[in-house]
Design a protein around this ligand. Structure first.
Ligand SMILES: [Zn+2]
Length: 178
């Protein structure tokens, strides 16, 4: 079983039950940069679908498994995922979780969405394709920009081939356009 939900501001959460583990992945994507963070907790097998709530603290995931409830606090803005004791959910807003079909689940497991996972350490982050790197407020990126290939030029007067940079035709002396 796996579920996904949109947390707003380009963030997405994925929740999966693998064996006795509950795996939580937080994906955030902004143009040209993608970050992910995963945590897993031993919760046992789910006996019903999880619930996700939006609260003042952050998002709270409720897992019902074997014989107890687990609550996990997800603070999307700080990328923090941690277990908490039973919270007050009276004023919480239930977030709609979408189930991921098994076929897609397998695809996610065996074929990572991108060849290399972006890395993030403190305020330094790096991502591939195109390669870019960010440290604090300094950033660099490498992009394959094609240098324009020089094309052949011909004299408009006599048709003689002219060299790049020639200002006048070597054959008839006609002034060449740039
Ligand atoms: Zn010419």
């Amino acid at each position: 079983m796996a579920y996904t939900a949109n947390l707003g501001s380009h963030q997405q959460i994925m929740i999966a039950n693998q064996g006795k583990q509950t795996l939580i992945s937080l994906l955030s994507s902004t143009p040209g940069q993608q970050q992910s963070q995963s945590s897993s907790f031993t919760t046992g097998n789910w006996n019903k679908p999880p619930h996700l709530y939006q609260t003042e603290l952050g998002f709270i995931l409720e897992i019902n498994s074997d014989n107890r409830q687990h609550f996990i606090l997800i603070q999307a803005d700080t990328n923090s995922i941690s277990t908490i004791t039973a919270p007050f959910l009276q004023n919480a807003i239930l977030v709609n979780l979408q189930s991921i079909p098994d076929s897609n689940q397998n695809r996610l497991e065996f074929e990572p969405m991108q060849p290399m996972q972006p890395m993030k350490m403190g305020n330094m982050s790096m991502s591939m394709n195109p390669m870019s790197m960010k440290m604090g407020n300094m950033s660099m990126s490498m992009d394959e920009t094609k240098t324009p290939q020089p094309t052949k030029r011909f004299c408009t007067q006599c048709g003689q081939e002219a060299k790049i940079g020639d200002r006048f035709c070597g054959s008839c002396g006609n002034k060449l356009d740039n």
